[in-house]
Design a protein around this ligand. Structure first.
Ligand SMILES: NC(=O)c1ccc[n+]([C@@H]2O[C@H](COP(=O)([O-])OP(=O)(O)OC[C@H]3O[C@@H](n4cnc5c(N)ncnc54)[C@H](OP(=O)(O)O)[C@@H]3O)[C@@H](O)[C@H]2O)c1
Length: 284
């Protein structure tokens, strides 16, 4: 990570640290010397993160931050600024998956999906940017997207849409931030063995056996669930994130997991009709 103040300890903030990728990345950042503000909407859930960090004497502090709550985001950023006066790294990681066929999703359910996965990133980044910009040392914003930021999939259309939106936002703001020495990085994991399936939300109407899509959703969800068993571990994603942050010349996007690499290549190289056929076969 380039900087004009090489000797000062870098300060990182990460959202969604209570489990999975956020948990692993928080520890890895702290183990690499970053003063790490590991945030979670319910810090009681992160007791083991704090105790692991304390046992290893890592520079990690747990603070409350709900990405859907303006006051919570503002309070967390103000706390960091009052304690450290700077933020060098922001990892926008918090997110969840909404399951259900599109016709069954309520507008409120779709809005809630975007409120976390998209507007959560907007909210935290807009609070952090003035601090990062005024820190004079530049900075890095890592947005945890997904293979589904490029690859569509049935039954998770709102999730896919939120990640497509995140990709567009990240690509666009990178141009605005580059003159201030602030880099934007996208992380695009495939299936990761995290708390993702447990933390996912089923649309209310999708739970109704009378739904026209009931069997299809059940089948696709169970396929996605089985992909998450024996999947790439969150530590792999954490390693990619930390290596990117430490790199002098990071890539703009990092695909994590062989499943993600295969799907991305197919999306890029196959004629769209062949690609559609491939996805149809996966969910049959
Ligand atoms: N697992 C995968 O297969 C996969 C693949 C591609 C991309 N991703 C992305 O990776 C990111 C991390 O997910 P994960 O796989 O590590 O799943 P996870 O283990 O379920 O972790 C998700 C984290 O986000 C937090 N979160 C959810 N809503 C929040 C809110 N309003 N405010 C603050 N934190 C909130 C959760 O907190 P609680 O514990 O309080 O719920 C949890 O700490 C997500 O953006 C996800 O879309 C995951």
């Amino acid at each position: 990570m380039s900087t004009r103040e090489p000797n000062r300890q870098k300060v990182a903030i990460i959202t969604g640290s209570s489990s999975g990728i956020g948990y692993a990345t928080s520890l890895m950042l702290a183990r690499n010397g970053f003063y790490t503000y590991a945030t979670a909407r319910d810090i009681k859930k992160s007791a083991s993160l704090q105790s692991t960090a304390d046992a290893e004497r890592l520079p990690l502090k747990l603070i409350q931050l709900d990405v859907t709550d303006d006051r919570s985001v503002k309070g967390a950023v103000e706390k960091i600024v009052s304690e450290k006066g700077r933020i060098d790294v922001l990892v926008n990681n918090a997110g969840y998956g909404l399951f259900g066929a599109f016709e069954d999703l309520s507008v409120d359910e779709i809005k809630a999906q975007f409120e976390t996965n998209f507007f959560g990133v907007v909210r935290v980044t807009q609070h952090v940017l003035p601090i990062m910009r005024n820190g004079m040392g530049g900075g890095i914003i890592v947005n945890v997207s997904s293979v589904n930021g490029h690859v569509p999939f049935p039954v998770i259309s709102a999730y896919v849409a939120s990640k497509f939106a995140l990709e567009g936002l990240s690509e666009s703001i990178a141009y605005e931030l580059e003159p201030f020495g602030i880099k934007v990085i996208l992380i695009e994991p495939g299936a990761i063995g995290s708390g993702f399936m447990k933390g996912s939300v089923m649309s209310n109407r999708a739970l109704d056996p009378k739904s026209a899509y009931f069997e299809f959703v059940r089948k696709v969800r169970s396929k996605i669930s089985s992909d998450h068993e024996n999947a790439t571990q969150p530590e792999e994603v954490a390693k990619t994130i930390v290596q990117a942050i430490l790199s002098d010349k990071p890539e703009f996007r990092y695909v994590v997991g062989s499943d993600a690499v295969t799907l991305m290549q197919a999306r890029k190289n196959m004629p769209y009709s062949d690609f559609q056929h491939m996805i149809q076969k996966i969910v049959q």
